[in-house]
Design a protein around this ligand. Structure first.
Ligand code: SAM
Length: 203
């Protein structure tokens, strides 16, 4: 039975906000875009801490009312990431194909990024995600995730039936190739999922 916190328990929910705030604190408040903002709680949390926030999602039905925030409905594949001081990508990356992940990171490159995502680390997902065997695509090892029915799940992918979960080393390489140094929140808050603070080299 899903909980109000996107299927995670209160403890896990609180841990997510703890890591988000810890990582947010590494960057001077300015303009932030929250990609895949969904319920909008992280966008509001950042606004409470002095950030000017744009919240972006393919589905706007869960957006709350908060006049401090610019709420935008759109596909992350098309979003212009220029002009932001920080990009938050929480719970979205693992819903994208590898091509779309690489495109997103190409556009994000040079801007601090807080990434919260699953990785294919061999641990068992407690949420019964449908995962393939390990494959290598474009030189990156990972697994394909078969998305649930998009018509029934407001947290699912948008327009792609399969997404890509990179192996941890593949994710680090994707990020390093785009000029990021990566700090990892440990322990993972779910067996396959944690926060990554990605800072442009020399920043
Ligand atoms: C698991 S929810 C994450 C919500 C929130 N960011 C969090 O971490 O709790 C994933 C969100 O990504 C959005 N999403 C999925 N694919 C997208 C796409 N291609 N473009 C924009 N938003 C997308 C979904 O609509 C959903 O709101």
């Amino acid at each position: 039975m899903p909980t109000p916190n996107g299927g995670v328990d209160e403890h896990t929910h609180a841990l997510r906000f703890k890591w988000f705030r810890r990582m947010l604190g590494h960057v001077e408040p300015g303009r932030m875009i929250d990609l895949g903002a969904g319920h909008g709680k992280f966008a509001i949390d950042a606004a409470d801490r002095g950030w000017k926030v744009t919240a972006h999602d393919a589905r706007g039905d869960r957006f709350p009312v908060d006049d401090r925030i610019t709420w935008e409905v759109g596909d992350v594949r098309d979003v212009d990431l220029g002009g932001y001081d920080l990009i938050a990508c929480l719970g979205l990356f693992y819903h994208l194909t590898l091509d779309d992940q690489l495109s997103l990171l190409d556009r994000a490159s040079g801007t601090p990024l807080i990434l919260d995502t699953h990785v294919a680390n061999g641990a068992r997902s407690p949420m019964d995600h449908k995962l393939s065997e390990v494959v290598t695509v474009q030189g990156y090892a990972g697994v394909h995730y078969r998305e649930p029915d998009q018509a029934k799940h407001s947290t699912a992918s948008w327009g792609n039936e399969h997404s890509f979960w990179p192996r941890p080393q593949a994710l680090f390489r994707m990020l390093e190739e785009r000029g990021y140094d990566v700090l990892v929140a440990r322990p993972f808050y779910l067996p396959t999922r944690t926060f990554f603070l990605c800072l442009p080299e020399n920043s």
